[in-house]
Design a protein around this ligand. Structure first.
Ligand code: ADP
Length: 329
């Protein structure tokens, strides 16, 4: 199991961005109506897309021109080969992608005519990406300027990435799916990147509601209807070095100890927002690794997120550098 899928080339030499995360096959069936308990419905032909937040981020960065590597685990099966192929086609260094141990992770997605969907995720091989795999990839971590991680892999593996981070390598963490993070992981996030829903969960607002984060006790100074600036303050109080809250069409808010700044997104005609956050985070992480400050990197990342929503799908919607809309004046 643990066979690296690479060509023998030294993994990650001069890597600008290392993504440690999930790789899933998204299995999508369109239905007239999503089935209730005990019910069977007939749907469209199956469509299979490469997905998973780690794989998405790696493709997004590489397509922009970043020297990108992926540390992930896939099964020794057709879905795993599909994922490796999409990574390689985008130019991602896959020599640290591990194969075997479980079937490739899948997301089973039914989508109805209104666009509402029901999703079952089988983490599969993603759940077998272990702390030992991170330790074995220590050289790759050491050669990366930035490491980007999400929460579709085991929490102990995320914790090992934080622990193994060499001095001078920056960690970007997107807490998705949202879950509480231990203080030692939060302390090295620079930034913690999250959307409004994820912000709400981390601030203790619960998983089930809608709208922005609730005025929970962890939001300092929160009164009725706290805004993103309040969320960012509350999130910074949890310990990360900096925070970026993505705000959909409104762009993003970047915040650090010195204060916050709104970064508007270019106005585009949105057709499908799937993967926008992954594209944004990958772009942000890459540009931070090139030495840009947080606001400058976010001004680039909102253009990447905006471009991604103008086309359907996740990986297939991610832009190349010459497809980006101009920066908002
Ligand atoms: P997520 O995909 O995680 O829910 P967001 O919806 O906040 O995250 O989107 C991430 C980024 O993508 C935003 O910060 C923004 O730059 C861009 N984006 C998303 N939706 C739109 C939109 N409708 N118009 C323009 N940009 C968008």
């Amino acid at each position: 199991m643990s066979e690296a899928a690479g060509t023998g080339e030294r993994a990650g030499h001069g890597t600008e961005l290392l993504v440690v995360g999930s790789a899933n096959a998204d299995l999508v069936v369109a239905v007239d109506r999503r089935p209730g308990p005990g019910e069977t419905v007939l749907g469209s032909d199956l469509v299979v897309h490469p997905g998973g937040k780690g794989a998405n981020q790696a493709v997004a960065a590489a397509r922009l021109g970043a020297r990108t590597a992926l540390l992930a685990r896939v099964g020794d099966d057709a879905h795993g080969r599909l994922l490796l192929e999409s990574q390689r086609a985008a130019g991602v260094d896959t020599s640290a992608v591990l194969t075997g141990g479980a079937p490739t992770g899948v997301a089973l997605i039914t989508v109805d005519p209104s666009g509402d969907n029901s999703i079952v995720v089988s983490p599969g091989a993603n759940a077998r990406l272990r702390p030992a795999d991170v330790r074995a990839a220590g050289g790759l971590l050491a050669r990366a300027r930035v490491v980007s991680v999400q929460l579709e892999i085991p929490p102990e593996t995320v914790a090992e990435v934080a622990r193994a981070l060499p001095a001078g390598t920056r960690l970007v963490l997107n807490p998705s799916p949202p879950a509480a993070l231990p203080p030692d992981v939060l302390a090295v996030c620079d930034p913690l990147v999250l959307n409004e829903h994820e912000a709400r969960v981390l601030l203790g607002g619960g998983v089930g509601g809608s709208g922005g984060p609730g005025p929970g006790p962890q939001v300092p100074g929160s009164g009725p209807g706290p805004g993103p600036e309040d969320w960012a303050r509350g999130l910074l109080a949890l310990g990360p070095r900096s925070v970026v809250v993505t705000l959909g069409a409104a762009g993003a808010l970047v915040a650090g100890p010195a204060g916050g700044e709104r970064v508007p997104s270019p106005r585009v005609r949105a057709v499908d927002t799937t993967g926008a956050g992954d594209a944004f985070t990958a772009a942000l992480a890459w540009r931070l690794g090139l030495g840009e400050d947080l606001a400058t990197a976010a001004r680039f990342a909102v253009r990447v997120g905006a471009a991604a929503v103008t086309r359907p799908g996740a990986q297939q919607s991610f832009p190349t550098a010459d497809e980006l809309p101009p920066a908002t004046p």
